[in-house]
Design a binder for this molecule. Sequence first.
Ligand code: NAD
Length: 296
Amino acid sequence: TMSTIAFIGLGNMGGPMAGNLVKAGHKVSAFDLSQPSKDAAAALGVGIAASAKDAVAEAEIVVTMLPAGKHVLGVWADILPAVKPGTLLIDSSTIDVESARKAHALAAERGCLSLDAPVSGGVGGAQGATLTFMVGGSTEAFKRGEPVLSAMGKKVVHCGDAGNGQAAKICNNMILGISMIGVSEAFVLAEKLGLSHQALFDVASTSSGQCWSLTTYCPVPGPVPTSPANNDYKPGFASALMLKDLKLAQEAAQAAGASTPLGAAAAQVYGLHNAWGEGGTDFSGIIHLLRGRGNG
Ligand code: NAD
């Protein structure tokens, strides 16, 4: 069924996501601070409002897709007085677990349902409506939000109560960051030992070293023709975004008292990669840092 949806934050992800809601037959009223973002979304048929408050006035469901926790808390505090009671608020940004839980509390104070629903799948997934949503919040909120999220993605997973979508996202990406460094270190060691990339791949991809970082995003060109390594390490998943998620994982680990020594090391390694000016390259480009600068 068709819903009236407000969408705040029309950037690289939010713009095409709002466009897919229009495609699915929903009425979308949206806002962003940036004119180019508004223009790009308008070209996809998204209705543009004069302010965030105007955008949400008639909405049954509000979706936010913003950079970080402070933006989400700022926007939710701004719009909550203007929404109709009973509105469902969904935040799909990747933010810290603590801010996500604060946002849920703000919504509850106003008598609104809410979900944290961060995504994986990147800009391609946003454009093609093939995102995976990791969702935290009550069962009632999830039941209402699921059909709308399904119009923007191919998989919607209920991970538990408030904040658990963000928790799932950073736990997954911590595995990914660590495993990409592990796979890259193995290729660098193989090079030094005179073992070919293909031979290591043939063994590890069918042995206990098998993982997504090896078989889908293989950090050397050749063995997996579709991996970013074969395309000049263009993202894919940018190193800057991996660093953001690893830092969020470390924040959460410290707050919760979890011991994550390899997660901490991965955040350091990606911090160095970004300090090299490589934030815009795919995160599998970390192999260049491990080989040493100037060693190709
Ligand atoms: P982006 O920077 O392209 O877009 C963010 C948008 O928010 C911008 O258009 C900006 O103008 C707008 N904005 C900021 N403050 C605002 C405010 N107060 N009111 C209205 N608009 C405001 O970022 P993105 O790539 O679209 O990512 C959005 C979120 O999704 C981030 O949390 C990111 O970590 C996460 N994410 C991104 C990807 C990816 O591949 N790009 C993948 C998964 C998750």
